[in-house]
Design a protein around this ligand. Structure first.
Ligand code: FMN
Length: 376
């Protein structure tokens, strides 16, 4: 695919470069209260406060963050969750990047789009515009949909079978990739029939592909097609098996290298020893018990019953302590990608990331985006 159009703005197209150094993203605030809590309801901005998002985006871009990933879902979790603005209201992962892109230059953003609910022609088309509007900084977080309420919202009696929905995602991605070529296609598949040609703009190069999944079938999907697997790793002992699976599935698909793995970490840094941990513990101890239940009520829980192991990594402490935690994980499990979730999200929390990255740069595990072509 050639770059067909230029928006005339001074944006930096982001190539994917597997250079072995770490990548840092933001698990973008898509609701007010990243964990359901009265305290966060009071302290965080409304998720619909556009200026707060733009300030955060500028702060993390300046700090050296590579990208944000915006999770998404269509239905509120529960009345109790809505009470603390947990998952409702929420940012829309397809539309929300646009104002952020127009106010940044190098920051990437990946939108979550569901293969079970959004027609592939629409996704192919959104991608063309998002790539154009961002100057090549857009990525797609591919999910297949796992919530019953969402399936009902779209008129399905129940969720599709787990593995069948990955088979459908295989077909879906193939349709989208064909449409991105800008040529007429005639696809007559099990789930989709698409005949014709999609109007331009097409993406100038294949957008970054992320798969958010945790099962072996999800790993296989990620290893076949994606640059990153965004996953939950249930305990450190699971890493070798995960990497072996990804290598095997990538080999079977004829790919030279498996996708990198992204995991989530709760990021909270304060200057004084103990201060961040105290604050984090207070946030966690004031979690809204009823709202929290939406996870245990989900039919296919991401934590597979191991709720504690599935909690995000704790990147909580002073700048030095958080950098040391990351360095130690890099040593022990080869950690290469982190999505930072900020329980308190605002520009000044984002500015705390820069000094951590400075240490990682000195230790040789991270390079400034400008020194590696702003690559994903
Ligand atoms: C880390 C992670 C993030 C996810 N984010 C989303 C999301 O934003 N929206 C969504 O509908 N599903 C999301 N999912 C759900 C997956 O797309 C998938 O439907 C679910 O995990 C079941 O597949 P699995 O058994 O392969 O994990 C996420 C899953 C994981 C592991």
């Amino acid at each position: 695919m050639d770059i067909q159009f230029d928006s005339g703005r001074d944006f930096v197209r982001k190539p994917r470069l597997a250079d072995g150094t770490m990548r840092f993203g933001i698990f973008w605030p898509y609701h007010r209260s990243p964990v359901p809590s009265e305290m966060l309801l009071k302290r965080n901005p409304s998720v619909l406060d556009l200026d707060a998002h733009i300030r955060l985006a500028k702060a993390v871009e300046a700090a050296g963050v590579d990208f944000g990933l915006i999770a998404d879902g269509y239905a509120p979790g529960s009345d109790a969750a809505t009470e603390v603005e947990f998952q409702d209201p929420r940012a829309n992962a397809i539309l929300w990047p646009i104002p952020i892109f127009l106010n940044t230059r190098t920051l990437g953003l990946a939108s979550t789009i569901h293969t079970s609910y959004v027609h592939p022609v629409l996704t192919a088309r959104f991608a063309g515009y998002l790539d154009y509007l961002s100057g090549g900084r857009w990525g797609w977080n591919i999910v297949n949909g796992f919530r019953d309420a969402e399936a009902r919202l779209f008129g399905f009696d129940k969720l599709p079978d787990h593995d069948a929905s990955y088979d459908m995602a295989d077909e879906y991605l193939s349709v989208v990739q064909q449409l991105w070529q800008g040529e007429p296609i005639d696809h007559q598949g099990k789930n989709f029939k698409v005949n014709g040609k999609l109007a331009r703009p097409q993406p100038g190069s294949q957008p970054l592909l992320v798969s958010a999944s945790s099962s072996p079938r999800g790993q296989q999907f990620a290893a076949r097609y994606c640059d990153y697997l965004f996953t939950v790793v249930l305990g450190e002992e699971v890493w070798p098996q995960l990497r072996a699976n990804l290598r095997k599935y990538a080999e079977e698909a004829g790919r030279a290298a498996p996708p990198e793995v992204l995991v989530m970490g709760d990021f909270l840094v304060r200057d004084r020893a103990g201060e961040a941990a105290d604050l984090y513990d207070t946030i966690m101890s004031t979690r809204h018990v009823e709202a929290q239940k939406i996870w245990s009520n989900t039919k296919q829980p991401l934590h597979k019953g191991k709720v504690k192991e599935a909690e995000p990594l704790r990147l909580v402490g002073t700048t030095r302590e958080v950098a040391d935690t990351i360095l130690s994980l890099r040593d022990r499990i080869g950690l290469s990608g982190l999505l930072l979730r900020m329980p308190l999200w605002n520009a000044s929390e984002g500015e705390r990331i820069g000094p951590v990255l400075d240490i990682l740069e000195k230790e040789g595990v991270w390079k400034r985006p400008a020194d590696r072509g702003h690559s994903w």
